[in-house]
Design a protein around this ligand. Structure first.
Ligand SMILES: Cc1cc2nc3c(=O)[nH]c(=O)nc-3n(C[C@H](O)[C@H](O)[C@H](O)COP(=O)(O)OP(=O)(O)OC[C@H]3O[C@@H](n4cnc5c(N)ncnc54)[C@H](O)[C@@H]3O)c2cc1C
Ligand code: SF4
Length: 337
């Protein structure tokens, strides 16, 4: 057990300022504590070693803990529990991909505790990252190498990889947020800022340890999902080794705006197969203006995986990912809205 300082913040400003002041002096070792279902796990494994934990759960009684419909869409605070959003009747009806991505994630007990902000920032499940007896892991220890490149790569990514890291992004909600064009509000030391959610995560490139564009001390406040025409006709489909309590081997979040069977707009994000929540922009462009028949679905799936690169054990994800996307498109097309 490593010693750490534990305190709790009563306001967002206090949280941000405490983290910023600490990180400025100590190289970024203060972390916010939400549900703790990822952070505490990784502390027990000695993978994450925060020097200071700032509990933000007291903010739950403010906008951080609220689900609000209005101003053209859905606001979800960063401290909303996964279960509360997954089971919310209006989210299930109007933003089905959001609800489904959460219903299919983790277990009921974890969903009761875990928050939306913590969910999108969870770390990879790469076994070499989570086991400190493996010395080589550029994400845990920059410059140390990558044990997965020549190791067992079945769960690893085929899209967005680099020669420094091939770890797959593990979460589910992020794909639904990207497919539905969500934005994220951040409380920064310099004030509030908003950005497209799709810009939050960074591909590994030469710095796999830098997973997001968050500045030290920045706090996720909320997510906004616009009530776009494709939000109601949206689906999240997840394929995994067992039906519950398991991370995705492949997933697809799809939103469609159809006129008869012709696609006015398509939104597609892929999970389980990429190093970051992956927007399949080429597939979206290809579908726009076409009749959504089997040939169009095939073409979209081929486009989505055209840049895929497999290692020794994860080649199956390319075919699995294509099939998952095609099934999601087919399901979305016949939804009654
Ligand atoms: C056995 C198991 C199975 C799982 N299966 C799935 C699955 O199938 N799909 C899936 O999506 N997830 C799955 N998970 C992951 C789970 O959903 C996450 O652990 C959870 O969502 C994290 O939320 P939390 O509130 O507990 O985050 P915490 O553990 O409290 O925090 C996680 C990280 O986010 C940071 N953080 C938290 N909130 C904020 C904020 N507002 N602003 C800035 N930083 C913040 C923390 O500092 C920390 O670094 C699984 C977890 C377990 C243990
Ligand atoms: S794939 Fe990434 S997380 Fe896994 S061992 Fe390599 S560098 Fe570490």
């Amino acid at each position: 057990m490593r010693p750490f300082i534990f305190d709790s913040a009563a306001t967002p400003r206090e949280a941000v300022e405490t983290a910023q002041a600490w990180n400025a002096g100590t190289n970024g070792a203060a972390h916010f504590l939400a549900g703790g279902t990822t952070l505490i796990d990784l502390m027990k494994l000695d993978v994450m070693r925060p020097e200071r934990l700032i509990d933000i759960n007291a903010l739950e009684s403010s906008d951080f803990g609220r689900i609000v419909f209005g101003e053209g869409g859905l606001w979800m605070g960063a401290l909303v529990r996964m279960a509360d959003a997954a089971e919310h009747p209006q989210i299930i009806r109007e933003f089905p991909a959001i609800a489904q991505s959460l219903q299919l994630a983790a277990s009921q007990q974890i969903r009761n505790m875990a928050t939306l902000g913590g969910n999108v920032l969870q770390r990879t499940r790469c076994p070499y990252f989570r086991d400190v007896s493996y010395r080589e892991c550029n994400k845990r220890d920059p410059g140390s190498g990558c044990a997965a490149l020549d190791g067992f790569s079945r769960s690893h990514a085929v899209l967005g990889t680099s020669d420094q890291c091939i770890a797959s992004y593990p979460g589910d909600l992020a794909q639904a947020l990207i497919a539905l064009d969500a934005t994220v509000d951040l409380a920064s030391p310099s004030g509030l800022r908003r950005m497209p959610f799709a810009e939050l995560h960074r591909r590994p490139q030469s710095r796999p340890d830098m997973e997001t564009v968050l500045q030290p001390g920045e706090l996720i406040v909320s997510f906004f999902v616009p009530a776009a025409p494709w939000a109601r006709r949206s689906v999240f489909l997840k394929v995994r080794d067992r039906v519950s309590y398991e991370f995705a081997l492949a997933s697809a979040a799809v939103g469609l705006d159809l006129s008869d069977r012709v696609v006015r707009e398509a939104r597609i994000a892929l999970g389980g197969v990429a190093t970051v929540p992956w927007r399949a922009a080429e597939a979206e462009a290809l579908l726009r203006g076409t009749a959504l028949d089997e040939a169009a679905q095939d073409a979209a799936a081929e486009a989505a995986f055209s840049g895929a690169q497999a290692r020794e054990h994860n080649g199956f994800k390319i075919e699995l990912g294509k099939r998952t996307l095609k099934r999601a498109l087919a399901q979305a097309a016949v939804m009654e809205i």
